[in-house]
Write a protein that binds this ligand. Sequence first.
Ligand code: ZN
Length: 159
Amino acid sequence: MRFLVDAMLGKLARWLRLLGYDAEYGRDASDDELLERARSEDRLLLTSDVELFRRALHSGVKAFLVKGSTEEERLAQLASKLGVKLEVDLKRSRCPKCNSPVVEVPKEAVRGLVPEGSWSRYDRFWRCTGCGQVYWQGSHWANIEAVLSRARKLASRAR
Ligand SMILES: [Zn+2]
C-alpha cells in the first residue's frame, strides 16, 4: 500500500512512514498535481478535503477521505478501514522526514552525530538512507507508543 498524503495531513504522513508505509506528502502541490501524481505513481490519495476526494473519485484516482480531529482518530480510521498496522517495527520504518528507508547502524557509526548524552545512554541507532537523519528510541518513544496504543483501542472499537 503506497500513499500520497495531502498538505493538510503532514503529521499523518510522518506517522505512516514510521509505521513502515511509503507515504509521499504533497506539501506545495495543487489539487491537480496531487491527482496527477496519485495516478501516475499508483498511490492511494489520503485527504480530509471532501471536494478533492470527490474530484479524485470522478477522475478515477484511488482516494480515501480521512476523518477525525486527532492523530489517534485518524490512525484508528486507517487501521479499521484500510488495514494499516499500528505497530512500529524499525526494521521496516521509513524516515518521517523524507520517506526513505532507515537502517540500523552500529553505535560507533553515529558517535558525534547525536547528543553525547543520548549516545552514551542508548545502544541501538537507525539512520535514514536518504537524508542521513539518525533515530533512536529515546524519551519521546513512550509518547509514540502511547498514541499508537490509544489508536489501536479506538480501531478495535470501530470494528
Ligand atoms: Zn530521511
